[in-house]
Write a protein that binds this ligand. Structure first.
Ligand code: TMP
Length: 208
């Protein structure tokens, strides 16, 4: 079990259950006495939470894909400077509900074909990859129903509709293959307990 800094991220389409899994992993590691910072994107620091509101609320086409890339990257830079890097420097485990892979798939594949731009900006302004990324795969129709059923007021991306969610799913599947072994694909169409047990095993092996 880890006693050193470790950076793990959860990725997947809206409603895939990744936030639940991020929380369950954090709970388990805390019970084991480890120092865990559970955070999220967009957000995770006061400045980035302000930028989050601009991104997840309002009409779907309020921002162009290019402007979105800049806003998500600005939020990520603030999150990195104020939350992620200080926690890792202090030897903590950082668990983030979404990170750079979300920009690669949402802005780089599903919103527009801008993967090159996303990669360049990441290289210039972020340049930190997680140690481990769990990509939760889920049926898009079921996930969309779950996501919109929450009535969170943060549905700007869900409002792009089912075709968008299907493009996202394909984007995450391709990314999970491309970025392995950092990325591990998880079947999200099972109970939260079963999924959490699989993730616990993967985490323990990755940090041995
Ligand atoms: P959340 O619902 O998981 O908190 O994420 C908010 C929305 O922002 C979600 O629909 C995914 C989207 N998003 C992007 O489009 N690009 C990104 O880089 C991130 C981090 C999130």
């Amino acid at each position: 079990m880890v006693k050193r800094a470790f950076f793990v991220t959860f990725e997947g389409i809206d409603g895939s259950g990744k936030s639940t899994q991020a929380r369950l992993l954090a709970d388990r590691l805390r019970e084991l006495g480890l120092d865990v910072v559970l955070t999220r994107e967009p957000g995770g620091s006061p400045g980035a939470e302000e930028i989050r509101r601009l991104l997840v609320q309002g009409a779907p086409h309020r921002w162009s894909p290019e402007t979105e890339i800049l806003l998500f990257t600005a939020a990520r830079r603030d999150h990195l400077e104020n939350t992620i890097d200080p926690a890792l420097a202090a030897g903590k485990i950082v668990i983030s509900d979404r990170y750079a892979d979300s920009t690669r798939v949402y802005q780089g594949v599903a919103r527009a074909d801008l993967g090159g731009l996303v990669d360049q900006l990441h290289h210039l302004m972020i340049a930190r990859e997680p140690d481990l990324t769990l990509v939760i795969d889920m049926d898009p129709a079921q996930a969309l129903e779950r996501g919109l059923g929450r009535n969170s007021g943060e549905d700007r991306f869900e409002d792009f509709g089912l075709g968008f969610q299907q493009a996202l799913r394909q984007g995450f599947l391709a990314l999970a293959r491309r970025a392995a072994p950092r990325t591990v694909l998880i079947d999200g169409n099972r109970t939260p307990e079963v999924i959490a047990a699989e993730i616990a095993g993967i985490f323990d092996r990755a940090t041995k």
